[in-house]
Design a protein around this ligand. Structure first.
Ligand SMILES: *Cc1c(COP(=O)(O)O)cnc(C)c1O
Length: 404
């Protein structure tokens, strides 16, 4: 059987739909963020990255780099095993304590990524709590959807951020069944923020536990970077807070936090925790340094807020349409998959600006967009250059503008 032909047929279909993924080959440059090298046809060119999830540039922070390098020299590279078999290192425990403290919880549990933490925690909760039902926001991330699917328990999808719909759907489930309400704080594509308090109120009313993905908020919101729930004084209302070490913390890995019993339960039953090599100790130490820094420094958060406001105002001044939202994510709407990719290509080739086009199925058809994430390290000159480029392309491609 010609397997390659089977593979190619599906890849061709993807290309025909305009949904074939092309990765930009970048080379991050330590200390030069948001500048990176872009490799094309054997040449390397400097570009400014406008779509990084290293939201605060912590991946280049001297304290974080020192922690990773020093710990590598002390402990070597890999963890040497799963957590159960020789892989648990002192640095993992320090990090778990740091995370529990960050979210005001008794306990925390590390995973090899945020994706794995969602997948493992939700699948374990749904599979092992007899009669469990998971109520999932309709715009939840793929890692949550896959975890819920793997749980093979009953699931109910509620309309995005719609507390009344959640209330109705919770009420329809028998009172004795364990109910898990799974949602995010900052949704990464529209940049909107969930009504966490109202969701917790409704969950409490029906005796449900709450599962909150704060991946796009940890390090970024709240006085110590504990996320939107910290900012709103709601951390103790949420049963389980999940996060990543790979975005604003600039490192790698994922985690959950909650009660001792909850974390011990996931630790003891989640295949995705048990049967995989632990994070390298140096990665854990670097993440700890990053969290500790962002707990006591708001310089990065303040500067980022300022940059976000500056970019929004500059876009408004040129009538370039962007989705209003209360977060750090600026979606610039194109509304056409071909134009979206074309503008992204032109930004890269003609202006040295890298922003990945976001097309279906990541977002609904007709809402294709460029998603900008300004960091504290984007200068005024970077912003001017970006907005000039967009202004130019808007005219060149006859895209519609907003009337001020
Ligand atoms: C990126 C992301 C994850 C996965 O985190 P990783 O550490 O990158 O695996 C989980 N949830 C949401 C909402 C995300 O955007």
């Amino acid at each position: 059987m010609d397997f390659d032909r089977l593979f190619t047929a599906q890849l061709d279909a993807l290309r025909d739909e305009g949904n074939y993924r092309i990765f930009a080959e970048l080379e991050r440059k330590c200390g030069a963020f948001p500048r990176a090298g872009h490799h094309v046809d054997g040449a390397v060119r400097d570009v400014t990255v406008w779509c990084s999830n290293d939201y605060l540039g912590m991946g280049h922070h001297p304290a974080v780099i020192d922690a990773m390098m020093n710990t590598t020299r002390e402990c070597g590279t890999g963890a040497g095993g799963t957590r159960n078999i020789s892989g648990t290192n002192f640095h993992h425990l320090v990090l778990e304590r740091e995370l529990a403290d960050l979210h005001g919880k008794e306990s925390a549990l590390l995973f090899t990524s945020g994706y794995v933490s969602n997948w493992a925690a939700l699948s374990t909760l749904g599979a092992r709590l007899p009669g469990a039902v998971i109520l999932s926001d309709s715009l939840n991330h793929a890692s949550m959807i896959e975890g819920i699917r793997h749980a093979k328990c009953d699931k109910v999808i509620w309309n995005h951020n719609d507390v009344e719909d959640l209330d109705r759907k919770l009420a329809a489930i028998g009172p004795d069944r364990p109910k898990i309400v799974a949602f995010e704080s900052v949704y990464s594509m529209d940049g909107d923020i969930a009504p966490i308090k109202e969701i917790c109120d409704v969950a409490d009313k029906h005796g449900a536990m709450t599962y909150l993905d704060e991946v796009h908020a940890v390090g970024m919101y709240g006085p110590r970077g504990g996320g939107v729930a910290e900012r709103e004084g709601l951390m103790d209302r949420v049963t389980l807070i999940e996060g990543t070490l790979g975005k604003a913390f600039g490192c790698f890995g994922g985690y959950i936090t909650g009660s001792h019993a909850l974390c011990d339960f996931i630790r003891s039953f989640a295949s995705g925790f048990i049967f995989t090599t632990a994070l390298p100790p140096a990665v854990a130490a670097a993440a700890t340094a990053s969290i500790q820094h962002l707990k006591q420094s708001r310089v990065e958060r303040d500067a980022q807020k300022d940059r976000v406001a500056t970019v929004r105002a500059a876009l408004d001044a040129r009538g370039i349409p962007h989705m209003p939202n209360p977060s750090h994510i600026i979606p610039v709407m194109i509304g056409d998959p071909v134009k979206c990719r074309m503008i992204s290509d032109m930004l890269m080739e003609d202006w040295g600006i890298y922003v990945q086009p976001i097309n279906y199925p990541t977002v609904p058809k007709g809402t294709e967009r460029l998603r900008f994430t300004p960091s504290p390290l984007h200068s005024q000159a970077d912003i001017d250059h970006l907005v000039n480029a967009l202004d130019n392309l808007w005219s060149q491609c006859a895209l519609s503008r907003m009337v001020a």
